[in-house]
Design a protein around this ligand. Structure first.
Ligand code: LMR
Length: 352
C-alpha cells in the first residue's frame, strides 16, 4: 500500500466511525430512505491518477459515503480520463451520464463561465492562505452561484497546487519561451499567459499531453508536480523550472437535477462527506506535490531549475499584462474583490 493509500484508509476509518455514531445519534441518515436492493449510484469521473490530491480525495469521498450510507449510496470513481476526457466530462455531467466531476478551475470557460479563469492569472496568489481567502470568501461564493446558470451545483473547491513550467529546453528568462509550442488547459487566461511570453499556446486534454510531448507536437507545458509525475511527463521533458507562477485547483460539481431529486437525508450525508473530503484534499495537496517533486528529482530524467528572486520577478513583469486583459473580459469588480481578499504581497514567495 502506498503512503497516500494508507492515509486514505486510516483517515476514512476514523472519520467514518465518528460519523456513523453522529448519524445514529441524530438520526440524520435514515437508511430506509435508500433501498438496499437499488443503491443510488454516483459516477464520479476525473482525468488524473488516483495517486494525486484530487484522485485520493475522490476515493476518500467514496469510502466515507459508502460507509456512512451502509452502501445505500455507491460512488464509482473513474480516474485518468477512463470514462471521459476534460471537455466531455462536463458535457456528460450536464447530460446526466455522470453525476459528479471535479474539473480544474481552468476548464469551465467553454460552459460560458470564464470567471473561474480568475484562478489562472499568473502570480495572483502568494500561497494557500491567500487562495483560501478567495475560495472561502465572497468571490468563491459569487463564482459558485454562476454554476447555477448552467444547471450545475458546486459542492466544494479542492486544492491542488502551484504550477511549474517544463520544456525540451531550459526556461530561465521570459525570452526562452519565444516560439515554443506550449500545451495549456482550455482557458483564455492561460492562452494569454503563453502569448505574453512569446510562446504558442495549444489547448489539449490532459490525456493527450504525454503523446504530444513525446512526439514533439508541443515543446512544453505547465502543471503541478503531482500531475507531472503521474502523467509521466518527466519521461519526455528534459527541463522543469520551479516557477510556481500559477495555481491549479478544482471545483467539485454535481448535476442539479440529480441532486434535487435525492432524499434530503442522503444529501446531508453527501454534504458532510464532501466537507471531510475537502479537508482531506486540502491537507494533502502540498505534501503530495512536494513528494512528487522529490520523485521526479530521483527519476533523474528532468533537470530541475530554480529561479533567483530577480529571475522570478522578470517572469512576473512579463506576465503582468495578462491581469489587465482579464479585467476587460470579466470585469474589474471581480478582480478587485479577489485582490482585496488576497491582500498585499501577492507576488511574494509561494507554496507555503
Ligand atoms: C490539466 O489538464 O493539466 C489538469 O487540469 C488536470 C487536473 O485535473 O489536475
Amino acid at each position: 500500500m502506498t503512503p497516500l493509500r494508507r492515509k486514505i484508509v486510516a483517515g476514512t476509518a476514523l472519520a467514518g466511525s465518528a460519523c456513523a455514531l453522529v448519524a445514529l445519534a441524530t438520526g440524520i441518515f435514515r437508511p430506509a430512505a435508500v433501498s438496499a436492493s437499488r443503491p443510488i449510484v454516483i459516477k464520479f469521473s476525473h482525468v488524473v491518477a488516483d495517486e494525486t490530491p484530487k484522485g485520493a480525495a475522490a476515493l476518500y469521498f467514496k469510502r466515507l459515503v459508502e460507509e456512512r450510507t451502509q452502501r445505500g449510496v455507491l460512488v464509482q470513481v473513474y480516474p485518468n480520463s477512463e470514462l471521459y476526457k476534460d471537455k466531455e466530462e462536463l458535457e456528460a455531467l450536464q447530460l446526466g451520464s455522470v453525476q459528479m466531476v471535479a474539473p480544474s478551475l481552468a476548464k469551465l470557460g467553454p460552459l460560458g463561465i470564464g470567471e473561474f479563469e480568475l484562478f489562472d492569472l499568473p502570480f495572483l496568489f502568494d500561497g494557500y492562505a491567500s487562495l483560501h481567502r478567495v475560495t472561502d470568501g465572497p468571490v468563491g461564493r459569487q463564482l459558485m452561484a454562476r454554476l447555477d446558470e448552467v444547471g450545475l451545483l458546486g459542492l466544494a473547491f479542492w486544492d491542488n497546487g502551484f504550477k511549474e513550467m517544463s520544456a525540451d529546453r531550459p526556461l530561465v528568462v521570459p525570452a526562452d519561451f519565444r516560439g515554443l509550442r506550449m500545451r495549456i488547459q482550455s482557458s483564455e487566461v492561460l492562452d494569454a499567459q503563453m502569448r505574453a511570453l512569446g510562446a504558442i499556446p495549444d489547448a489539449m486534454a490532459l490525456s493527450d499531453v504525454y503523446a504530444a510531448l513525446a512526439s514533439g507536437v508541443v515543446n512544453g507545458t505547465e502543471n503541478v508536480a503531482s500531475n507531472f509525475l503521474t502523467q509521466k511527463m518527466y519521461e519526455v521533458q528534459a527541463f522543469l523550472t520551479l516557477s510556481d507562477h500559477g495555481y491549479l485547483g478544482y471545483v467539485v460539481v454535481v448535476n442539479q437535477t440529480f441532486w434535487n431529486q435525492l432524499p434530503g437525508s442522503v444529501r446531508s450525508v453527501l454534504d458532510e462527506a464532501m466537507k471531510d473530503a475537502t479537508r482531506f484534499a486540502n491537507d494533502i495537496a502540498k505534501s503530495e506535490n512536494d513528494a512528487a517533486l522529490d520523485r521526479v528529482r530521483k527519476e533523474g530524467k528532468t533537470q530541475i531549475i530554480e529561479l533567483s528572486p530577480q529571475q522570478r520577478e522578470a517572469w512576473r513583469a512579463a506576465l503582468s499584462s495578462v491581469h489587465e486583459g482579464f479585467q476587460r473580459r470579466v470585469g474589474k469588480r471581480l478582480l478587485e474583490d479577489a485582490y482585496r481578499a488576497i491582500g498585499s504581497g501577492r507576488t511574494e514567495a509561494r507554496r507555503s
